[in-house]
Design a protein around this ligand. Sequence first.
Ligand code: FES
Ligand SMILES: [Fe+2]
Length: 330
Amino acid sequence: MNTAKRYPMPLPFGWFVVSYANELKIGDVKAVRYFGQDQVLFRGESGKAAMLDAYCPHLGAHLGHGGLVKKDCIECPFHAWEWDANGKVANIPYAKNIPPRAKEAKIFTYPTVEKNNLIYAWYHPNGDEPSYEVETYPEILDPEWSDHFDSYEYIVDCHIQDMAENAVDAAHFQYVHGVVSYPEFEVTYDNQKRTSVQEANMETPRGTIKGKITAYSNGPGDNATKFEGICDTLLLGSTTPIEGEKCIVRFAFLQKKINGEEPVGGVGAAIIKDINKQVKEDIPIWENKKFALKPVLCDMDGPIAKFRKQYATFYVDYDEAQSIAALNLD
Ligand code: FES
Ligand SMILES: [Fe+2]
């Protein structure tokens, strides 16, 4: 793998999935790494999840390697200082007094939200507060839909924006994924949201069925695609940067029950298999490409310029306007 920087962009701000909710039980402490930084993720005794920068302000131990949950605090493995979910010192068990400098110390704390059976953390390069909310997907709590995610995970050496751009790159569906006809879709934007609707007729042994694919993006890290027609499927496809040019993709599928039963095998399984096949086909392109700052485009390439223009709103200290201007398509 070539280690030279392939992307000029920094990381975008937004809500990003950092864990499945059921993989962080009460009392669990995990060392994690997202956004090019080390963190500790833990769930306090009251059930609240918290994500803090990993390193203890006392003498620098990593709280995720041997730290313990005490009430809603994390106890450092080195000298047992206790830090609360807001990153403030709560107790120094061997000190007669908590000195003023320790009272002032604060470990950087990521805002977290638990929704959709996922834990999301807010990343902003300047530490700014969240500027929008995580979406709620009603299918997740709907008894008519599967009770558990069918989940898949991919680690991809690529910048998050390039992976997202794939959704509006109409022409690649034929050449990378073997889709038979050029996909027609309509993309709309509303602040941080992007919605793409594609009507697709599906040939089945029972004749042609009218299908619809709705891809929904609520900022860079909160994405869902709904497939309607044969076997209704919801995919929460969440991408979270680990480093500038490395991401984790979590694919969590739910399907609509048929006569009260979760679909097993058949068309339902084929849909999930096909979506996973598509991402596996994209990965070698993503991992070996370079960001084309001034791409040479043609008329049927899909709304790439518009996509980039909206994506640029998730950056601070990066003037992507130059690349938008260079495209000169809007
Ligand atoms: S390094 Fe954490 S308590 Fe000392
Ligand atoms: Fe693709």
